[in-house]
Design a protein around this ligand. Structure first.
Ligand SMILES: C[S@@+](CC[C@H](N)C(=O)[O-])C[C@H]1O[C@@H](n2cnc3c(N)ncnc32)[C@H](O)[C@@H]1O
Length: 349
């Protein structure tokens, strides 16, 4: 099944076939929630499997991606003219260029200046087009995918490469995202997962909370999505925020500003958050993804989940380490070893 997405820490692109296989072991599932939808690849797979899909994430970029893939139903021809217009704009020096554009000998920037100039022109023009949110989401998704294809990063925006990546030399070109025919009733939410489950019922809820580490010696090793992908927030909002630090992160992506309990360093805190989430979820089935090195250890999770339902099946998947895992020391430590394991916990409540 084809899905599309940006480089994303913890993307479940590779285990989608296992997730769909787990689904085939359930009965009568028609409505699903992807509670931490991130890149939205799993939500895309659910919707393409004919399930009424609700995608939720705290991140503004995830909401945009989800609207593009799960809600937009205009023909390609509607967008073609818009993309031609945007791709034809002349680049200008603006806010993105000031903060993220690098000249050939000015490295350690996420993009080459020719592409941030294009970004500056395109992003302001998108606001001027006055599109509705779903159509705007298709265009912003195209912009995010185009930027993801010309970046000079390790796959996130908390630090940049010291030499230009080969792909950063390419030109920024917007292309129509690979949408699929939307045949199901889909919903997109942006917010805390506990708010997403409140007052709603699903046949199955899929949860893929952020990863942390279970090594108490390195407490700051969790993936901080808000900090890693601050640039996508700014591209979506175009709010030209105050920035800080070497990577020019948005001020509101500081660790102190990140309230997600699922990104907490303490495994007992994460475990009780998962316990609360599963207990407050009105769904016959809960499917939980968890990396072997996640902070809430496998045995503890097994105990917590079995106490909440009548049948628990644990699926162990050997995955090659993802790209991010091989690229920073923190990530290497987090995932360790040549291979790492992913678990799927399928709970029938
Ligand atoms: C492991 S990633 C999900 C990856 C996703 N399954 C995919 O394939 O791309 C975890 C996601 O949880 C989101 N998140 C963190 N805390 C959250 C919360 N309290 N409620 C909802 N989403 C949250 C992050 O923004 C991040 O996108």
């Amino acid at each position: 099944m084809e899905t599309q997405g940006i480089k994303y820490a913890g993307s479940k692109r590779r285990i989608i076939p296992h997730i769909l296989r787990a689904l085939s072991e359930t009965e009568g599932v028609r409505t699903v929630l992807d509670g931490f939808s991130g890149s939205t690849r799993v939500a895309q797979a659910f919707a393409q499997s004919g399930l009424d899909t609700t995608a939720n994430d705290v991140a503004a970029w995830s909401e945009v991606l989800a609207n593009c893939y799960l809600k937009s139903d205009k023909p390609d021809s509607f967008y073609a003219e818009i993309f031609d217009h945007l791709n034809g704009l002349t680049g200008v020096d603006g806010w993105f260029t000031e903060h993220y554009g690098g000249l050939p000998d000015d490295k350690k920037k996420p993009f080459q200046i020719k592409n941030t100039r294009k970004l500056d022109a395109v992003r302001d023009e998108i606001d001027r087009l006055g599109l509705g949110f779903t159509d705007k989401s298709v265009v912003l998704t195209a912009l995010i995918l185009a930027l993801d294809g010309v970046d000079s990063t390790l796959g996130h925006y908390a630090s940049y490469l010291s030499e230009w990546s080969a792909r950063s030399a390419k030109d920024l070109v917007l292309k129509l995202p690979k949408r699929f025919a939307v045949t199901t009733e889909n919903t997109v939410l942006r917010g805390d997962v506990l708010d997403a489950v409140r007052g709603r019922a699903f046949d199955l809820a899929y949860f893929d909370p952020p990863y942390g580490s279970d090594n108490a010696k390195m407490p700051t090793s969790r993936v901080r999505y808000n900090a890693y992908y601050h640039l996508w927030t700014t591209v979506v909002l175009n709010d030209k925020p105050a920035v800080f630090g070497k990577a020019n992160r948005r001020a509101d992506s500081k660790d102190s500003a990140n309230p997600s309990v699922f990104e907490n360093c303490r495994s007992d805190v994460v475990l009780s958050a998962i316990e609360r989430l599963v207990s407050e979820t009105d769904a016959r089935y809960v499917l939980l993804s968890y990396g072997a090195k996640g902070r809430a250890a496998k045995a503890d999770l097994t105990d917590v989940l079995s106490a909440q339902g009548k049948r628990l099946k644990i699926i162990e998947i050997d995955c090659k380490r993802n790209v991010m895992a091989q690229m920073t020391s923190t990530e290497q430590w987090m995932n360790g070893g040549e291979e790492y394991k992913e678990y799927l916990f399928l709970l029938e409540k």
